[in-house]
Design a protein around this ligand. Structure first.
Ligand code: F6P
Length: 320
């Protein structure tokens, strides 16, 4: 394989730049050329791409976001859009494609491979950590730390005013960010889409806490479990507590990537290049039990990644 292309696609995630750097430098180290595709599949369709060199990825390992920019492309979901992208595959002489993104981006890669037989490999990059088959996705660690940082700050003002705070976090249909940040932040209650909840039980727990002298309470709500605003309203109605709601939103997705995200992104980007060099296709790279692996792209679709419910149980016990 002489020339590969790399793109970032879907929601950006801190650490994507470290993955791009790893793909570019590893490929060049092995004598290949790399084309950088700007703005995900939209740039692929429009031919918004250029040759990258060692210097193209200098000074980016510590930066959040993605220097290749990203998009959620509607046009690439159509055969016409993919046909235009294939014209650019031929025009630029691309022999393999690395897609750094989430499951929606991987779906695009899979369909493209089926239609045009271009070798593809996915690198999991999403703060949601919701890709089946891998313990870890790039950006998750930074997002969790961003949430924990916010909880620490909210806790200060919550204690001062003896208030209840509901904090809504991202994660799409999964509760990984809520669970890990909730445990690390010492939240009283963590609501995740994977486990049903009863608002009366939540309020009873809050009231028990206040009775035994708690000065504040923090409830973490995964966006896929419920609306933070609605939960806050219900708690206010049922307990009469002074309840405030904070929706953390996109600040969770920004900022300097943690060392963990940078290291994992470097390992995964490098592994993706190895997969293509070894003639494999239709793969995703990931981490299982601390080992970097490659597995079939098909394993990503049609099932949901399990949440660690024992960890949720522990968080409940510790916040009694
Ligand atoms: O998939 C990453 C993510 O941040 C989700 O947690 C969230 O639901 C979604 O993207 C938000 O998407 P957008 O940035 O397009 O609003």
């Amino acid at each position: 394989m002489q020339r590969i292309a790399v793109m970032t696609s879907g929601g950006d995630a801190p650490g994507m730049n470290a993955a791009v750097r790893a793909v570019v430098r590893k490929a060049i180290y092995h004598g290949m050329e790399v084309i950088g595709i700007n703005r995900g599949y939209n740039g692929f369709i429009e031919g918004d791409m250029w040759p990258m060199n060692l210097g193209s990825v200098a000074d980016i390992i510590h930066r959040g976001g993605t220097v290749l920019h990203t998009a959620r492309s509607k046009e690439f979901t159509t055969p016409e859009g993919r046909a235009k992208a294939y014209e650019n595959v031929e025009r630029f002489g691309i022999q393999g494609l690395v897609v750094i993104g989430g499951d929606g981006s991987f779906k695009g890669a899979k369909v493209f491979h089926e239609e045009y037989n271009l070798p593809v490999v996915g690198v999991p990059g999403t703060i949601d950590n919701d890709i089946p088959g891998t313990d870890y996705t790039i950006g998750f660690d930074t997002a969790v730390n961003n949430v924990v940082d916010a909880i620490n700050k909210i806790r200060d003002t919550a204690t001062s005013h003896e208030r209840t705070f509901v904090v809504e976090v991202m994660g799409r249909n999964a509760g990984f960010i809520a669970l890990k940040a909730g445990l690390a932040g010492g939240a009283e209650t963590i609501l995740v889409p994977e486990v049903p909840f009863d608002i009366n039980n939540i309020c009873n727990k809050l009231m028990r806490g206040v009775k035994r002298g708690k000065l504040h309470s923090i409830i973490i709500v995964a966006e896929g479990a419920a609306s933070g605003l609605e939960i806050g309203q219900k708690i206010k109605e049922l307990t009469g507590f002074d309840t405030k709601v904070t929706i953390l939103g996109h600040l969770q997705r920004g900022g300097i990537p943690t060392a963990t995200d940078r290291v994992m992104a470097s390992l995964l980007g490098s592994k993706a290049v190895e997969v293509l060099m070894n003639g494999h296709t239709n793969k995703v790279v990931g981490v299982r039990n601390s080992e970097t692996i490659a597995y079939d792209l098909d394993e990503v679709f049609g099932k949901k990644k399990d949440l660690d419910t024992e960890m949720l149980e522990l968080a409940n016990i510790l916040s009694i």
